[in-house]
Design a protein around this ligand. Structure first.
Ligand code: ATP
Ligand code: MG
Length: 393
């Protein structure tokens, strides 16, 4: 990309519009960051009530591959980004032929496919869990016994633990692959995890790169539940290794934009890369309140070619994910979460995504907790979790 896309009104009286493919909560927080810096925004998402569409200046309500929708987006926007990895890569190729698009279609295509993704990690010299590719019935027979117990994951279109089945034996593997309709999969060895973490980097058009500190993540039922970020959240060697691995993974595909890489930490402190997201990530939501530059502002800066400054975390932070489960009591009766009580706790920051319907497991929002010390943040987070009916951590 050549010229920087500047925010606000220019000397010639023009204002730039930034576009985003996808209208989920990540798109919404991108739109909010772009708007607060003075950009206009356009969202392409078929859903009339999409969280980002509801707050954007322009909302193009078409399918991701609709030619007219893509043409409108290009006509309106100076540059375009994406907020979920399942945006069809061909749509990004089309847009990329006419406008700066970050991340690029090539990088998104790698992240969309676990088989390509693992090959990329291995090329970058970052260890992955032992695995086998399952594309044909013959592949089932060739699976080594050491991969059991394992997790069968669809190569494409999985998220929040969907499209994954745990298998203990070859017979279970065959049945699981049938139940996934025999699509391309990977079988991963189940590893004993001491912890999980993720690292977010932002890389510009000129190759400049900045990173956030590693996030310590707790998943429940395959969905991120709690993220904790403060000095000492992980042993120093794991911190250093996860940052340098993430940087090589971004560098290895000449990535432009915000990238999150998820890792497993094993008992001996060694790291195994799990997967990557070519966009801001749920585990980076604490940056909205605990850092001087958020992951969404960095997404804006990478897309527009504005300078990247290394983000500084100014407060220890804990993020609690607010799933739709909180809108129901034990008997399944709808309830309203105790917002007033939660917000009475100093250092709590509520982010709700404007989703009209709560459902079990649906990401409705998150609560960031900041404070003067780790102890204070932890105590507040546990009180908030108790008020909301989130299990202690
Ligand atoms: P998301 O995109 O929301 O992160 P996903 O559907 O892509 O989720 P994964 O990240 O592959 O799923 O797995 C979800 C969770 O399941 C992991 O965070 C981890 O807790 C557990 N898990 C996945 N693979 C393994 C493994 N090989 N060994 C042990 N646990 C695993
Ligand atoms: Mg994951």
């Amino acid at each position: 990309m050549s010229a920087v896309i500047l925010p606000g009104t220019t000397a010639t009286g023009q204002q730039s519009t930034l576009g985003v493919m996808g209208g989920g909560q990540l798109g919404r927080m991108f739109v909010q960051a772009a708007q607060s810096m003075g950009y206009f925004t356009a969202v392409l998402d078929p859903d009339p009530a999409s969280p980002a569409g509801l707050v954007s200046h322009f909302h193009i309500q078409t399918d991701y591959l609709d030619e007219q929708g893509l043409a409108q987006l290009m006509q309106r926007c100076a540059a375009i980004t994406t907020e979920f990895e399942n945006v069809p890569a061909p749509a990004l190729f089309t847009l990329g032929a006419h406008r700066p698009v970050a991340p690029g279609a090539d990088a998104v295509a790698i992240a969309q496919d676990r088989i390509q993704e693992k090959a990329h990690f291995e090329r970058c010299g970052v260890p992955v869990a032992p695995y086998a590719v399952i594309e044909t019935a013959a592949d089932l027979a060739g699976v080594g016994a050491d991969l059991f117990p394992g997790i069968l994951k669809t190569a494409r279109l999985g998220y929040d633990g969907k499209g994954q089945i745990r298998v203990g034996s070859r017979a279970e593997l065959a049945a699981a692959w049938d139940s996934l309709k025999n699509v391309a999969c990977v079988l991963e060895k189940m590893l004993p995890l001491a912890a999980e973490c993720s690292v977010i980097v932002a890389r510009g058009w000129n190759g400049e790169m900045v990173h956030f500190p590693p996030q310590l993540n707790l998943h429940r039922a395959g969905i991120l539940a709690v993220t904790q970020v403060f000095e000492g959240n992980m042993p120093v060697p794991s911190v250093e290794r996860s940052i340098s691995a993430t940087r090589s993974i971004a560098e290895g595909m000449q990535y432009v934009g915000v990238l999150c890489v998820e890792f497993f930490v094993l008992a001996d402190g060694s790291l195994v890369v799990n997967e990557m997201a070519p966009r801001p990530h749920n585990s980076g939501h604490y940056t909205l309140d605990a850092c001087d530059v958020s992951q969404f502002e960095l997404q804006v800066r990478t897309l527009t070619g504005l300078p990247l400054v290394p983000p500084r975390q100014h407060s220890p932070a804990i993020m609690l994910n607010l799933l739709g489960d909180l809108w129901f009591d034990a008997a399944g009766k709808p309830v309203t979460p105790a917002w007033s009580e939660v917000l009475a706790l100093p250092g709590t920051h509520l982010h709700l995504y404007g989703k009209l319907q709560a459902r079990q497991g649906r990401k409705m929002g998150h609560l960031n907790i900041t404070g003067a010390s780790v102890e204070e943040v932890r105590a507040t987070a546990l009180r908030a979790a108790g008020l909301l009916g989130i299990a202690a951590f």
